[in-house]
Design a protein around this ligand. Structure first.
Ligand code: ATP
Ligand code: MG
Length: 417
């Protein structure tokens, strides 16, 4: 199957908005075996959109359009498609009800131009929009070609694509996808790709696609299959091979966040946690609180930014601060120990560092961070040399301290076994 992506929007042409919709869709289509030979961007202009669409349908089986489904005058995608397919635009009663209910729920007035969002080329398959007002739709022509219309905003398009478009295309393609998402912390994207190049190259089923996220790497291993069991049978040997090469830097094979994995381990082992933060300013605690059910293990978090707070709240020794400074292994250690003692938690983690852009010196440059973990018998301290801007340094500090705790918790199982 061949698909062509048509991105509609003058703001995309002018470079005001980056075309992340096309990037997302192209990446999702590859494992399905759907070939994308052309991607086109057109402005909000019916004539040029019609030309683009005519050309797309002459060389592809499916045209996927994004943008221009909204209520305003420049939103012309549906009208153009309807004209080209010689189909009338008709009101869909179910979509109209959903639209009305949405406006009621938000306490917003529905203006007449909004009705347009519930009108579709006759016979369309309507795709619900969980995140916005304009539903998408699929229009099928008599020649078996199809046009898929999606809203422009990525937060609406991404879920609609995953939930509705992929199943439709799977059906058309005659196979399903089975995916495992490996999450890796402790190796950069280029090393990951390099060390797996023999697996990545020439792989068609399953495919292996790396995605970089700040400080971590995600690998998606995807198989084309008829049943989930068959998919698992194709994917798992490759997953096991990757784990045998990388070991425990693979922290999840189910696409979980590091914080989720840590949370799960703490709950499983019935352990509690306290967090003392300086340079991360609450981000470690906040990341853990993002995980539902964190009350089971998180006792407390303290942002002890000043020396005074480190002494008063955590009992860090004044001499430690004077002699070694706030950003030092000694201080990190005393912060963790102090948090563990005062919170009564089984474990405490601490962060202190120089996130920049100012405050660095020759001895203690920007990016120097100490993290500590206090447990029942031992205290571990790690010195990190991180790069990037303030946000990146703080973010990677969070990942590092969570990973330190993850490794400690894993050790505990090994000892028990
Ligand atoms: P709305 O109902 O919000 O008007 P729409 O389906 O009509 O949605 P557009 O009006 O074309 O979509 O775009 C709305 C916004 O969505 C744009 O201003 C832009 O921020 C974002 N957007 C549109 N297309 C893309 C794209 N291809 N990639 C990333 N963002 C996009
Ligand atoms: Mg719009």
């Amino acid at each position: 199957m061949i698909a062509e992506l048509i991105s509609v929007g003058t703001e995309l042409l002018m470079g005001q908005v980056l075309n992340t919709d096309a990037q997302f869709m192209a990446k999702e289509l590859a494992p399905l075996g759907v070939n994308v030979y052309h991607q086109v961007t057109v402005g909000d202009n019916p004539g040029r959109l019609k030309d683009a669409l005519t050309q797309a349908l002459s060389r592809a089986d499916v045209a996927i359009l994004s943008g221009g489904l909204g209520p305003t005058g420049d939103d012309l995608t549906k009208e153009t498609v309807a004209e080209l397919f010689h189909k009338e635009l008709v009101m869909d009663e179910a979509a109209l009800e959903t639209l009305k209910a949405r406006f009621r729920a938000f306490g917003r007035e529905m203006t007449p131009n909004n009705l347009k969002q519930a009108m579709f080329p006759v016979g369309s398959i309507i795709l619900p929009n969980e995140k916005g007002t304009a539903p998408g739709c699929i229009v099928e022509g008599e020649d078996g070609k199809a046009c898929i219309l999606l809203p422009g905003p990525p937060r609406e398009l991404f879920p609609m694509f995953t939930d509705s478009v992929m199943p439709y295309l799977e059906k058309r393609a005659g196979h399903k996808l089975y995916t495992r998402e490996l999450r890796i912390f402790g190796k950069g994207e280029s090393s990951v790709e390099y060390e797996l190049r023999d697996l990545i190259e020439g792989q068609t089923n399953p495919t292996i696609a790396p995605y970089a996220k700040t400080g971590e790497v995600t690998l998606r291993v995807t198989a084309r299959c008829q049943t989930p069991e068959e998919g698992e049978g194709i994917v798992m040997p490759v997953v096991r091979e990757i784990i045998s090469r990388f070991g425990d830097i693979v922290y999840s094979i189910e696409g979980e966040e590091l914080a989720e994995v840590v949370a799960k381990l703490l709950v499983e082992r019935d352990r509690t946690l306290g967090v003392a933060e300086s340079c991360t300013g609450g981000m470690v605690a906040s990341t853990l609180v993002d995980v539902p059910g964190c009350s089971e293990f998180l006792m407390e978090g303290a942002v002890t930014y000043s020396d005074a707070a480190k002494m008063r709240r955590l009992g860090v020794n004044v001499h430690t601060l004077r002699q070694f400074g706030a950003v030092s292994a000694e201080t990190a250690k005393e912060m963790a120990v102090g948090m563990r003692r005062t919170s009564g938690a089984d474990y405490a983690i601490a962060t202190t560092g120089i996130a920049g852009p100012d405050g660095g010196t020759k001895e203690k440059p920007v990016g120097l961070v100490y993290i500590a973990l206090a447990g029942e018998h031992t205290v571990q301290v790690k010195e990190l040399h991180l790069t990037g801007d303030r946000a990146r340094i703080r973010h990677t500090t969070v990942l590092n301290v969570l990973d330190l705790l993850r490794r400690e918790l894993l050790k505990k199982t090994e000892e028990a076994e």
